[in-house]
Design a protein around this ligand. Sequence first.
Ligand SMILES: Nc1ncnc2c1ncn2[C@@H]1O[C@H](COP(=O)(O)OP(=O)(O)OP(=O)(O)O)[C@@H](O)[C@H]1O
Ligand SMILES: [Mg+2]
Length: 243
Amino acid sequence: MKLRLEEISKRFDDHLVLDAATLTLEKVHTLALIGPSGGGKSTLLRIIAGLEYLDTGAVEINDERVVYEENYLLKHRRTIGTVFQAFNLFPHLTALQNITLPLEKVHGCSPAEARETARQLLERFRLASHAHKRPAELSGGQRQRVAIARAISIKPRLLLFDEPTSALDPEMTAEVLDMIKELREEGRDFILVTHEMGFARQIADQVALLAEGRIVEAGPVAQVFDHPNFPQSRDFLAKVLKY
Ligand SMILES: Nc1ncnc2c1ncn2[C@@H]1O[C@H](COP(=O)(O)OP(=O)(O)OP(=O)(O)O)[C@@H](O)[C@H]1O
Ligand SMILES: [Mg+2]
């Protein structure tokens, strides 16, 4: 995908959360978005997903500019698969229904089509035996894998994941990261906010570091991790790569 973020600014009350964040990537499959807590990563991801309005600036995906008007955004959101840290699933629905409901209600699938898509995805990700469980009856890792299966069920052009493993213990984290890796190998386009630096290094082709609302540094993974150009990124990476 080609991605252009042009001077995106966003203010919540008197707090400038994004401050002319700018990034141009001519070609990227997996972008890891990293940076200190509170730097604006989730806000930026929500803006790209069309879940949040920007104040000024522009987002372009494959040369198409996202129009921040409700009618456009309704369509835009249907082309993007999102997974957040936690609380992704509808608690009162089973794993299967969590996938079929949006397919039927938002994407116009027939109940039979939706069921077949959900069944295949659950099968593929070794979740078939959990199809009729509600989220409370699933482990954290299983829950996130159902959320990821749902995100890809809509055949999105882009997947946006916001720290999908940060609420999980190490074993479940590995399950979810394996699934993301598998999807990446399929050639899907991703933007992934993550604190898992080792994982970012393995799967991302580009990294962008967002701090205090600005993209401080961006580039190929090896370059950003091994030879950061700016003091702010050197400090951040020294801290997170220490252990
Ligand atoms: N809806 C909102 N209303 C008011 N302030 C908000 C809102 N959403 C985010 N903020 C503020 O914007 C700043 C950036 O938040 P954001 O969640 O984007 O950071 P982040 O980089 O994702 O942090 P973390 O790594 O901790 O998830 C924070 O100071 C946060 O308090
Ligand atoms: Mg966040």
